[in-house]
Design a protein around this ligand. Structure first.
Ligand code: FMN
Length: 199
């Protein structure tokens, strides 16, 4: 599958847990996006080290200096055409590291762009219950999630530590999601460019 023109995609990884399984999912997703020619950036909360939210990017006044990492991330979220969230499931819900990182940026950055959900768990449900909550969360941010959800049950058996897939189902599953996201992101980007955003 080739994209007509590359999309800028920010991939949010939702875990800082020790021995986190999500890192292998993020590595896999990044490889799939790069394979399809997209310009993907990974936001790993363990690298970004944003603290528990005290001040969101959109609460800084004009001229007030933001931490450099926050300013750079905000610019990347704003410039993105689409988002992918890589989410485990904590108490059937959204992992706190994911919500904390995404909460830093306001609807003006995310709005009128699509998002895709990649969820996983070591169990048989593949994080699907968190995915249902993510649909509401992403809708509230303005980046509605596309219909396809890529759920990965038994993730520790599906992907190696470096993100390499154990079987071809992984690649075909990711391809379906990326195609769905690609279609929506191009349609929305075209419309943003020709019609602008509602004021
Ligand atoms: C606080 C907490 C709550 C969890 N709740 C769930 C759950 O509701 N459903 C599930 O399938 N796994 C649950 N798990 C197990 C996680 O799926 C498992 O630890 C997985 O490795 C988490 O992803 P991560 O390693 O990328 O952080 C939970 C783990 C933690 C730490």
């Amino acid at each position: 599958m080739a994209a007509s023109t590359p999309l800028k995609v920010v991939v949010f990884l939702g875990t800082v847990k020790e021995n986190r399984l999500g890192l292998r999912v993020a590595r896999f997703v990044m490889a799939q996006l790069e394979k399809t020619g997209h310009d993907a950036t990974l936001f790993d909360p363990a690298d970004k080290k944003l603290p528990l939210l005290e001040k969101a990017a959109f609460f800084y006044r004009e001229g007030e200096e933001k931490p450099a990492v926050l300013a750079e991330m905000e610019q990347q979220v704003r410039a993105a055409d689409a988002y992918i969230v890589v989410s485990g499931e904590y108490n059937h819900s959204i992992p706190p590291a994911l919500a904390n990182m995404m909460d830093y940026f306001g609807g003006s950055c995310y709005a009128y762009k699509p998002s895709g959900i990649v969820c996983y768990s070591p169990g048989i449900y593949g994080g699907m219950r968190a995915a249902m909550q993510l649909r509401c969360f992403l809708g509230e941010l303005g980046c509605l999630s596309v219909s396809n959800i890529f759920g990965i049950p038994r993730v520790h058996q599906a992907l190696g530590e470096d993100g390499s897939p154990i079987d071809s189902h992984m690649e075909s599953g990711a391809e379906k999601l990326i195609k769905d996201l690609d279609w929506h992101a191009h349609a929305m980007r075209n419309h943003r460019q020709t019609a602008g955003k509602p004021t």
